[in-house]
Design a protein around this ligand. Structure first.
Ligand code: GLN
Length: 310
């Protein structure tokens, strides 16, 4: 093969098989466990070549502009930028969602949070759900996708995140309302047009002590406002629990993702604020990851009439 080979790049590769080998080799040095997966994602993004096409047509030529684009994406990836920011999107429960450094990259645990929400949501057709700290909109949009008759509202303190969430709603064709609100402010129910049958949230929950042990990819690139609970790891859970009486309809539920170190603390916080049926659940890795609770008192939520359903 007469191709000019570069040490870490792919610019010289003329055909897909050569380009593939160089791409995998470059990624393998930095991400040994994920090199092939990452390589295929980058290849497909820059050239449109699927795994099947790559295997079936190994001698397919790659044009210079696609090679240059791939090279640029490769270098960003090798310098530590998360792949989802490099390609500009993440997959979440079958949805393709745009992600920028203004929003957290959706995690598999959060897909599991959505699964739990779907199991716990009342079967009433016009059920209303609020996603607090929506970021990319992943939870809100997945819920709307999988329970189309539900009314779903997402809120976030960050206007930049809301722009990403709204554009994701447009892209996916999912009618979810996104509004600006800070969950620590007492006017949340007014801003979000509560009350709801469920309030769901994946709030910031990494403590400052844990910051040094986060992977560089996370710490250096993902938004601090979405990650860190600063010096008060329970503040967002407390804020939600304090407002549960206004945010939730009688018997409405709270469902949150948590830091595995704070299971007991979040449960105690919810109980202290009068929530009942407080339940701790684990993620697929067996770590304490989710807490569910119910607003006490009152009859179970009644279906909305057509006049009040939106
Ligand atoms: N689970 C995320 C992480 O590992 C943190 C998400 C959050 O703070 N809500 O980085």
């Amino acid at each position: 093969m007469a191709d000019r080979k570069q040490d870490t790049g792919v610019r010289g590769a003329q055909t897909v098989d050569v380009l593939w080998a160089q791409l995998v080799r470059a990624l393998h040095r930095v991400y040994p466990g994920e090199a092939r997966l990452m390589a295929q994602w980058l290849l497909e993004e820059a050239t449109g070549i699927s795994r099947m096409q790559r295997v079936v047509h190994p001698k397919r030529p790659i044009r210079a502009p696609a090679r240059a684009q791939l090279e640029a994406m490769l270098q960003r990836t090798l310098s530590g930028e998360p792949l989802q920011y490099v390609v500009g999107y993440a997959n979440f429960r079958g949805l393709r969602l745009s992600v920028t450094p203004d929003v957290l990259i959706p995690r598999p645990e959060t897909e599991q949070l959505v699964e739990q929400a779907l199991e716990r949501l009342p079967a009433t057709p016009s059920v209303r759900v609020l996603d607090v700290g929506t970021g990319s909109g992943c939870i809100a949009l997945a819920l709307k996708h999988e329970r189309p008759e539900a009314t779903v509202v997402g809120c976030d303190v960050s206007q930049a995140a809301l722009r990403v969430a709204r554009s994701n709603a447009d892209q996916c064709g999912l009618p979810v309302t996104f509004v600006q609100a800070d969950m620590r402010q007492p006017d949340m129910h007014e801003r979000t047009d509560g009350p709801f049958d469920m309030v769901i949230s994946n709030p910031p929950y990494v403590t400052m002590d844990e910051a040094p042990s986060l992977p560089d990819r996370v710490r250096a690139h993902e938004p601090a406002v979405a990650l860190f609970a600063e010096d008060e790891p329970l503040q967002y859970y407390r804020a939600l629990a304090q407002q549960a009486g206004r945010l939730l309809r009688p018997a409405g539920q709270v469902l949150v993702e948590i830091n595995e170190a704070y299971g007991a603390a979040v449960m105690a916080c919810f109980r202290d604020h009068g929530l009942s049926e407080v339940l701790l659940q684990q993620d697929y890795a067996g770590r304490d990851r989710f807490v569910a609770a119910r607003r006490s008192g009152g009859a179970p939520a009644q279906p909305y009439t057509s006049a009040t359903a939106r």
